[in-house]
Design a protein around this ligand. Structure first.
Ligand code: FE2
Length: 390
């Protein structure tokens, strides 16, 4: 028996941003909180046109522009205060994964009437439906526009930083507006890192112990599109083929997001979260480095599934599991991903803390191989200084 629940309405296509306002009005919203990062997204043409259209549509709005990467729970609390103070009744996350996750956190904590901190890493479940939540991604990676998950950084009293995932059926946005034109300003390095995040979602969901025939379909289609388009999408803008490739990547990230909500993730994310929280290495980049190492370790348990991944990625049949791992490593190399953590500048001093955090990863049980603690230690050693081709 299995279930599949993906309730987010998806609007997809170049220029579809302009559909946002009529859709929000249909939800009965009168005042929206716009949640963005502090960076260039908030001054982008896409964001400005969204604000103009809100005005033209007679909707009030407030702007919370304080989201940093992997937002701390205190930032979510500040956003929730503004939501209440301005009398908002809808929320729009606009940007990469962090502003959208922050919007989810704000919506949930307002609905619950308590700090998001109470729910992060505590096992306490959300129980209240949230205000209309709209997600507008400007990167093609996290898929958070269609997921039931959000990641926050918790800082404890000793200053120790950890990234904790939370999930809830109330996190599924009511509407995802996926407009590839909004992705056109991504620099190649961001396209590469976020694209590899999407690939990691599709691979981990595909080999997950909780995969289903339905989630498989989303994973393989995402992998196929990434295989044919990520290299081209990383070539920068101004080239005709790049627009089509960007569109492919936008769809792939959304498909992989649907899949991960159903089937879960694995130890690539289990390691990438503490590495990101402690060293600041971008989430997609961490995943991109770790993915071939974890796949390699899964060959004895998930060989057939890994072969299918390689076939979808390369479009060739008869690919072995080992060749799939090599194909993923080659893709990473082609788009500028460092070959291991040492090459990415992750200091050795974090090793024990990264390992400790990874051992308690909440989705560890989704891995097709039940890694022992000793195996995860050996795996992290390889990820630090090893070469997956060796
Ligand atoms: Fe991810």
């Amino acid at each position: 028996m299995y279930e599949f629940y993906a309730p987010t309405k998806i609007i997809f296509g170049e220029g579809c941003l302009s559909e946002t306002i009529p859709q929000i009005k249909k939800m009965g919203a009168t005042c929206a909180l716009l949640v963005t990062g502090r960076s260039s997204t908030a001054s982008s043409a896409g964001f400005k046109s969204l604000c103009k259209e809100l005005d033209a549509g007679g909707l009030r709005w407030a702007h919370f522009a304080e989201v940093s990467a992997d937002p701390e729970t205190t930032i979510v609390d500040r956003g929730a205060e503004i939501f209440r103070a301005k009398g908002c009744d809808a929320i729009i996350g606009f940007g990469g994964g962090s502003p959208i996750d922050c919007a989810k956190g704000i919506a949930a904590s307002v609905a619950e009437g308590r700090s998001i901190r109470d729910f992060v890493g505590t096992g306490l479940a959300f129980s209240a439906p949230v205000s209309p939540l709209v997600a507008i991604p400007t990167t093609a990676g996290t898929g958070t526009e269609v997921t039931n998950a959000a990641v926050f950084t918790v800082v404890d009293e000793n200053g120790h930083r950890s990234k904790k995932g939370t999930s809830s059926q109330f996190y599924f946005p009511r509407l995802a507006v996926v407009d590839p034109l909004l992705h056109a300003s991504m620099p190649p390095s961001l396209t590469a890192a976020t694209g590899m995040d999407a690939l990691t979602h599709a691979v981990e969901a595909y080999v997950s112990r909780f995969h289903t025939p339905l989630s498989d379909m989303y994973c393989l289609e995402a992998i196929r599109r990434i295989g044919r388009s990520l290299r081209t999408a990383c070539r920068g803008s101004g080239i005709d083929a790049v627009a089509g490739a960007r569109s492919d990547m936008a769809m792939a990230a959304t498909l992989a997001g649907v899949a991960l909500s159903q089937a879960g993730l694995g130890m690539v994310h289990g390691f990438a979260h503490p590495i990101g929280a402690m060293t600041g290495l971008a989430h997609g980049l961490a995943n991109a480095i770790l993915l071939p190492f974890v796949m390699n370790a899964l060959i004895p348990d998930a060989g057939e599934r890994l072969s299918s991944i390689g076939q979808a990625l390369t479009g060739k049949s008869g690919i072995s599991a080992k060749e799939s791992v090599r194909a993923i490593a080659r893709l990473g190399r082609d788009i500028g991903i460092p070959e291991n953590l040492e090459a990415a500048g992750v200091p050795e001093t974090y090793f024990e803390n990264i390992l400790t955090d990874a051992l308690s990863y909440r989705r560890r049980k989704a891995s097709p191989h039940a890694f022992t603690d000793a195996e995860l230690r050996a795996l992290l050693e390889r990820m630090y200084g090893g070469n997956v081709e060796a």
